[in-house]
Design a protein around this ligand. Structure first.
Ligand code: URA
Length: 303
């Protein structure tokens, strides 16, 4: 595969590299009075992605708040006055407003009972890049946006290292911007934009792992998001995103370093940012994964 990065990307790669993610401030997640929730979110997100159970077992217990319970919380039942209902028909034909409304109203699995709100997605809806994560945590459930906690900060730093931002391209998405969108800033900013979504749109209770039936119920929404965005590459972050997109139970370590496909879109497998917060050496591997994604993009530039 040819490496066809543009000058700005090459400069970014040389200048920032892995060190960007290893700033001392990021080495240890700050302990704040509110870090209990954040730590619980991280614990949930990090544990499933740890490729080295032995190392995990040897790790001393984290100070501060107690870790998330080992026994997964059962899926909550919907209250009798607001029962579960079928997923809406025709998701595969929905436009953005209808899809977003369908997700917001979804009661197809028990997660609807415990959510504050659904977490649909964020970023440019015309982006070349799409990031797929696992599920909202406590912060995301409260704010209605994916990746807003410590893992989200690391994700933003990773994206910045390759010249991407979840903010870029916002104006492009405005219907009102019309045909002048790309011209205003002298370039089409959606090229630097990224769309970020999760496999699950509702927060699993007690920071437990997503369950297969929940993933199955939610998958059509993600599939439609991918079809609407039409990204040129998808970064699948963490075990649940990877396994659900690629329909495999293989571990991340065996899937990395190759180009997979989901709905015809190239998929690059990488570690979840919450896992990377704890597994510093694997940041170098995640950097390799981003470089592979850049290669895939570069390889398509001449098409
Ligand atoms: N982890 C995820 O996978 N997604 C989020 O939105 C937040 C944390």
């Amino acid at each position: 595969m040819s490496l066809a990065l543009d000058a700005r990307q090459r400069a970014m790669l040389a200048e920032m590299g892995v060190r960007l993610w290893q700033r001392p401030a990021e080495r240890v997640a700050p302990v704040t009075p509110e870090s209990g929730a954040a730590a619980a979110d991280q614990a949930r997100a990090a544990a499933p992605f740890d490729p080295e159970p032995a190392a995990r077992a040897a790790r001393p217990p984290a100070p501060g708040p107690r870790p998330a319970p080992v026994v997964p919380a059962p899926a909550p039942a919907a209250p009798a006055d607001n029962p579960l209902g079928p997923r809406p028909e025709g998701i595969e034909r929905m436009d953005w407003p209808r899809l977003e409304a369908a997700v917001a109203a979804c009661r197809a699995c028990g997660l609807c009972a415990g959510r504050t709100q659904t977490v649909f997605g964020v970023g440019s809806r015309r982006a070349d890049w799409m990031v797929v994560g696992e599920a909202p945590g406590e912060n995301e459930d409260r704010q209605g946006q994916p990746f807003v906690g410590q893992a989200g900060k690391l994700l933003d730093a990773m994206l910045a290292a390759i010249g991407l931002s979840r903010q870029a391209g916002d104006a492009i998405d405005s219907e009102a911007a019309g045909a002048d969108q790309a011209g205003a800033g002298g370039q089409n900013d959606s090229k630097r934009g990224v769309y970020i979504a999760n496999v699950l749109k509702c927060r699993p209770p007690g920071n437990r792992n997503p369950q297969p039936d929940e993933i199955a119920q939610c998958e059509p929404y993600l599939r439609r998001q991918v079809a609407l965005v039409q990204p040129r590459v998808i970064l699948a972050m963490g075990r649940f995103a990877v396994q659900s997109l690629l329909q495999t139970s293989e571990p991340i370590g065996r899937l990395r370093g190759r180009v997979h496909h989901y709905a015809g879109v190239p998929v690059i497998v990488t570690y979840h940012p919450a896992y990377l917060l704890r597994a510093l050496p694997d940041k170098a591997k995640a950097w390799q994964d981003l470089c592979l994604a850049l290669e895939v993009m570069g390889g398509q530039d001449g098409r």
